[in-house]
Design a protein around this ligand. Structure first.
Ligand code: DC
Length: 234
């Protein structure tokens, strides 16, 4: 009896939600909003790969040499703040939220994130953050459902047509050329999908949501409903 009361007072059990998909599918906006609405933590794993890439560029590591990338992979301290209303990312104490979004980092992040030692390091960090999230967490990335958290309670794979993804990304980049953005995005997705170690992929048990014709609000509502159904045991 006592344990039943304790369970009821403790609220819903922590829920782990993995949201994967290529860039421009609305992963970040959706993941943050779903986490905020449901009182969960939020982790942007792309920001971690961008942060380690930023550090390597900043430190002068030769990014054409995978062994140099591998040797440096354990050096920087990367810390992610998981409040969905104000996520943060620091490298050795420096706030890099702005610098990790530059074109230079974006063009180099696929090469850095393909190196197995980098993935092992960042994956371990991601698992420890998810394990520490007491109320549960929404983790977004490319390999969360397949590799990082294969036992996640709910796995979502977001997709959208290349045109829709390029249009959204150019909007975010404040009017960048749509066709150039489309080419860069297709190139990055191809690199992320074809690498040997934990490529961008849909887990067999993930729910696929095609966001091409949906507004952001509709995608958020769809994912919130899926989490609530999961929590209700449906
Ligand atoms: O989501 P994003 O565009 O900020 O991600 C940046 C890059 O990081 C992306 O091109 C591939 C890599 N990435 C990854 O390899 N695995 C993840 N779980 C998340 C991102």
């Amino acid at each position: 009896m006592e344990s039943v009361e304790k369970t009821a007072a403790a609220g819903p059990a922590p829920v782990i939600v993995a949201i994967d998909g290529p860039s421009g599918t609305g992963k970040s906006s959706t993941s943050k909003a779903v986490a905020a609405q449901l009182g969960l933590s939020y982790l942007d794993t792309g920001a971690q790969y961008r942060a380690i890439t930023w550090w390597m560029v900043h430190t002068g590591i030769d990014l054409t040499d995978p062994s140099a990338i591998a040797a440096a992979a354990g050096k920087p301290e990367i810390v992610s703040g998981t409040d969905p209303s104000a996520p943060t990312i620091t490298v050795d104490g420096t706030d890099v939220a702005g610098p990790i979004r530059t074109g230079e980092v974006t063009s180099k992040v696929s090469a850095v994130s393909a190196v197995p030692e980098v993935r092992a390091r960042i994956t371990e960090l991601q698992r420890s953050i998810a394990a520490a999230a007491q109320d549960g967490i929404v983790v977004e990335g490319r390999d969360i459902g397949t590799t990082v958290l294969p036992d996640a309670d709910l796995k979502i794979f977001l997709t959208a047509s290349p045109e829709a993804r390029a249009a959204r990304r150019s909007g975010e980049l404040k009017g960048a050329d749509v066709s150039a953005t489309r080419e860069a995005l297709i190139k990055r997705d191809a690199a992320d999908s074809s690498r040997k170690t934990s490529p961008l992929a849909k887990a067999g048990d993930a729910v696929e949501v095609d966001t091409t014709e949906l507004t952001l609000q509709q995608v958020i509502e769809c994912v919130v409903t899926l989490v609530e159904e999961k929590r209700a045991g449906k």
